[in-house]
Design a protein around this ligand. Sequence first.
Ligand code: SAM
Length: 278
Amino acid sequence: MQPVTISQALAAAYSTINKIDAILLLQHVLIVNHAFLLTYPDQMLTAQQVEKFSSLVQQRIKGLPVAYLMGERAFFDLTLKVTEAVLIPRPETELLVEWALKLIPSDEFCNVLDLGTGSGAIAISIARHRPQAQVVAVDLSPTAVDVCRRNADILKVANLNAINGNWFDELSGEKFDLIVSNPPYVAEDDPHLLQGDLQFEPRIALSAGEHGMACITHIINAAPDYLSKEGWLLLEHGYDQAEACRKLLRDMDFSNICSYPDLAGIMRVSGGQLNLSI
Ligand SMILES: C[S@@+](CC[C@H](N)C(=O)[O-])C[C@H]1O[C@@H](n2cnc3c(N)ncnc32)[C@H](O)[C@@H]1O
């Protein structure tokens, strides 16, 4: 194998994969940051580093998501471990965390539930920013629960309990001040499921029946039984599902119902407060 420098390795990779992906993968192999790559373009790679980088580039050419190749993804102010068992956390989900943090007092106990936690992106972000809160994180996939627990351990989050279960099934009799969820909401026949990163992500994390609305409908209909008086329910949803979510919330008699757009201006999260008179 020919000895190569950082700049030569990157130049070769740029001809086959996206530039940013190549930079991220080389940073991952060399365990350095971007500044290092810019500062030492003439540094030689070892034979093992060349081999590992080439292998990652080949897998990226076949479409494997960069986050799975690196085994991690940045979310909010954290770096989370990710495996093929979990959805790769998306920037738009940070909106849900921001709304949740506005509702949770920083100096008081608050009982929070994250349904469909995956890597733990939402639950761990909330738990870290609100140490007085107690967060329960639920997922149907036992391997996703393992990933969430691992992230909580690495990030030293003690106020989180990750459990395996089907939505509310393991929570009989419990009440929460806030329920958050980014459930699967892509329609089962959506062609995007066969494209890009989505084709490698767990189908259980992405798609739902009833044109993508099945999980959202179930969660909104069941949530009142698990919310404390004046508790809030916040949900992420698809680009065209805000109106349907608000209608479901109205039908269940929620108050203060609203939706917020993501950075692309798409209504992405909706929520409401359990009717104050109940
Ligand atoms: C869109 S992913 C969200 C993952 C993570 N919360 C995030 O925002 O990155 C949906 C998650 O819901 C989980 N899920 C799907 N059906 C479920 C069910 N019936 N009960 C609990 N979790 C479920 C999936 O395993 C997946 O982790």
